[in-house]
Design a protein around this ligand. Structure first.
Ligand code: WT7
Length: 695
């Protein structure tokens, strides 16, 4: 066992392990070169695609991968040197890491001492390289015919005006700014403006409730909040300003009051007269920002200065503020974007994610813009006005790279091929998937119907915490197996460990960990380094623990099998069962709640809640609705339970611990797999729960 040993790449033991790892990877070359291979689960890349790809074969990959593992400093310093550094990191100091809690505090640093700015690298640097007139953003609104275009030359002055405004209202380096916006161009623009002045943005997905927003505001105490008055999504109108007002009054009651609430007037959704307003605190974006100068001096920041906070759910407790820093994140998102999508300067790239999630940070905003790419930003819903909208957008902008989530693929697949076939889609050349394992049937539909069997699929496994792709195909390099995320990105050493933390070599399954640091890794949980260590580095000493299960097949391909903790993945959104439970329990008539994930045809997982009512309260349809409403109110509509199961009691051990294993089986009707129930304090609760299936 390697448990407890140093994880420095330079240590002899770790080097041996990485060589073991390289051996798994090498076995793939065998498949690739066997043209007689008849394994029907393998999809070979088109040789024409491969010959033009950045990485053309498993051998090319292996050469680069080997170097990235054996000489991480050399590999990453070469990559990083392509960016602008106002001052380079000190010689010999590319990175330092300690992932081993037994050796002291966990710490990860990349390019420390180097001075840079990610906004400068995404905009100014590209303009200097001659890309000024290239389109940076195609904005497509909710309604057909609503659109706008921004070149790099047009984006920069807008970012500068907002940056100057923020400085003027007192935001300076290190201050937090909360952004609560839908997918207007102003959202990535606001992120870049914060980065330009060294402010730390914290984007909150605009589907979160007032209470969730308030919780985040109270945690990071922003100097300013940026929002808009309203948005239309599909046929629904959402009054965001009212949500922000409610959140700000809640946070004010707890002593946290951002100085300004900068509000963009999204006039196609709502006129300013109809917007509730608090004089002195609220400012219309359109009245103030355009008055500021169109150039703005860059705040040069240390590579290890924070860039952003993004809250994400854990299995217990309140949301965690995942903190990413500047230099490593910049280098990592740009590089992963380039290779995992085989990016070419002529590409038109569209990622359907919202900037409220990590995917929108790394692969709508930073990764693509750092590459000087043209990005489609879509405000609306993918099935509005009908299920052909995505392909309408693909044809309209001649999208070449289309990156989305399995849940969308499944829902469009259900709606039928006609919606797809109505459009040409001939511009497409690379497809991508993220958020949850993509089931092979959805993979095949995506590949055959959407991509006309022409476009490789990058099934990218990563997390809010990892900043960028960790296990991903490189299009054209690999024969693909539908449903497998394939192999690690450069510089990443994934290992599969058993419950004792012993690495499993070759074929096998267990817990997915990473045994080294990579530039895009998160550095801490905001204000709670101890929780960072406990959650991610203590379960298996010396490793970063992902929370996911994974198996590796005989050819070294990785197959993610989903969360092994109490995190539920609904349509690629991470929801902590504890958060839903606490929302339910706050309902006056709910005595106790236990929430588990169940398989859901479209959403991947659905939320199944067992609810015990206060003594004497009868079950009713009305109560069911009001419990669901409580969750929508406290977290957001996307976390609403799919099923409320009335529970006279919950299965508990004698020490009072709820046995979720049994609840999961009851929820998924796998009654023959309940396992041993004899250790329960009261085994009869199981029968009572089953009796109440259809109530
Ligand atoms: C969790 C992270 C990373 C962006 C979106 C979600 C699951 C993500 C895949 C994939 C299998 C995946 C994992 C992971 N996940 N991508 N390609 N295959 N599972 O970010 O909210 O931080 O969630 O999403 O379970 O741990 P997140």
């Amino acid at each position: 066992s390697c448990l407890g040993l140093g994880r420095r790449i330079s240590s002899k033991k770790a080097m041996n392990s990485s060589e073991h790892h390289l051996r798994h990877v090498q076995s793939i070359s065998a498949i690739h070169s066997t043209s007689s291979c008849t394994e029907d689960e393998v999809v070979f890349p088109d040789p024409n695609f491969s010959s033009n790809a950045l990485v053309s074969s498993p051998t090319d990959y292996l050469d680069m991968y080997r170097r990235s593992i054996q000489d991480p400093s050399g590999f990453w310093s070469d990559v990083a040197s392509r960016f602008h550094w106002e001052r380079k990191w000190p010689a010999g100091g590319v990175f330092s890491e300690n992932l081993d809690v037994s050796k002291g505090a966990v710490s990860i640093e990349w390019f420390k001492g180097g001075l840079t700015n990610i906004c400068y690298n995404a905009l100014d640097r590209n303009i200097q390289a001659g890309l000024g007139d290239k389109i940076a953003v195609y904005w497509e609104g909710n309604d057909l015919g609503q659109d706008a275009t921004f070149t790099y030359n047009q984006l920069l002055p807008k970012v500068c005006q907002l940056a100057n405004y923020l400085r003027d209202v007192g935001v300076s380096k290190g201050d937090a700014v909360v952004i609560y916006l839908p997918m207007l161009t102003e959202l990535p623009l606001a992120m870049l403006a914060c980065a330009r002045i060294g402010a730390v943005h914290s984007v909150v997905f605009a589907g979160f409730s007032a209470e969730s927003l308030a919780q985040r505001i109270m945690d990071c105490k922003p100097k300013a909040i940026i929002t808009c008055n309203a948005v239309r999504r599909g046929s629904k109108l959402i009054n965001l300003k009212d949500i922000v007002d409610a959140a700000l009054s809640e946070s004010a009651n707890n002593g946290v009051s951002p100085a300004v609430c900068l509000t963009y007037e999204n006039h196609s959704a709502m006129k300013r007269d109809a917007t509730n307003w608090k004089q002195g605190r609220d400012v219309w974006w359109q009245d103030s920002v355009p008055n500021y100068p169109t150039s703005c001096a860059v705040e040069w920041v240390d590579a290890e200065d924070p860039l952003f906070l993004l809250y994400t759910s854990g299995s217990t407790g309140k949301p965690k503020g995942v903190l990413h820093t500047t230099g490593g994140y910049m280098v990592y998102t740009a590089t992963t974007f380039k290779y995992a999508f085989d990016y070419k300067p002529t590409d038109i790239y569209w990622c359907t994610a919202d900037c409220g999630w990590i995917t929108g940070h790394s692969y709508v905003t930073y990764g693509p813009l750092l590459n000087g790419a043209t990005v489609v930003v879509f405000e609306g819903a993918p099935n509005y006005p009908d299920s052909g909208r995505c392909w309408d957008i693909v044809d309209k902008y001649k999208v070449t790279i289309f990156y989305t989530a399995p849940t969308l693929v499944r829902s469009l697949m259900r709606d039928g091929d006609e919606y797809v076939k109505r459009y040409s889609r001939k511009s497409l050349r690379v497809l991508g998937s993220v958020g949850e394992p993509i089931n092979p049937s959805a993979w095949r539909w995506f590949f055959n119907v959407v991509g006309d069997a022409r476009c490789p699929i990058s099934d990218t496994w990563w997390q809010t915490e990892t900043g960028g792709f960790m296990i991903t195909p490189l299009p054209g390099a690999w024969p693909q197996k539908p449903g497998s995320a394939t192999f690690p990105f450069f510089g990443v050493l994934p290992v599969i460990v058993d419950e004792k933390g012993v690495e499993i070599e070759g074929e096998g399954s267990g817990y997915l960990c990473i045994k080294n640091s990579w530039p895009g890794a998160f550095r801490t949980l905001y204000g709670d380094h101890e929780r960072y260590e406990t959650t991610y580095f203590k379960p298996f000493t010396g490793y970063y623990f992902s929370g996911d299960g994974c198996s590796r097949d005989k050819d070294g391909y990785h197959w993610l099998t989903g969360r092994v903790d109490d995190v539920i993945n609904v349509s690629g959104h991470r929801i902590g069962s504890a958060e839903v439970e606490s929302a339910l329990v706050s309902h006056p008539q709910c005595a106790e709640a236990a929430v588990v994930g169940i398989e859901h045809e479209i959403k991947g997982q659905g939320i199944y809640a067992f609810v015990t009512l206060v003594e004497g309260v009868p079950y009713s349809e009305e109560l069911r609705k009001s419990l669901i409403l409580e969750v929508r109110k406290q977290i957001g509509a996307f976390a609403a339970p799919d099923k409320i199961h009335w529970a006279p009691g919950l299965p508990k051990t004698r020490s009072g611990k709820i046995m979720r294993r049994i609840l999961r089986k009851i929820a998924s009707r796998q009654l023959d797999e309940l396992g041993d129930t004899s250790t329960l304090a009261d085994p009869s609760v199981v029968d009572q729960l089953i009796d109440l299936y259809d109530s």
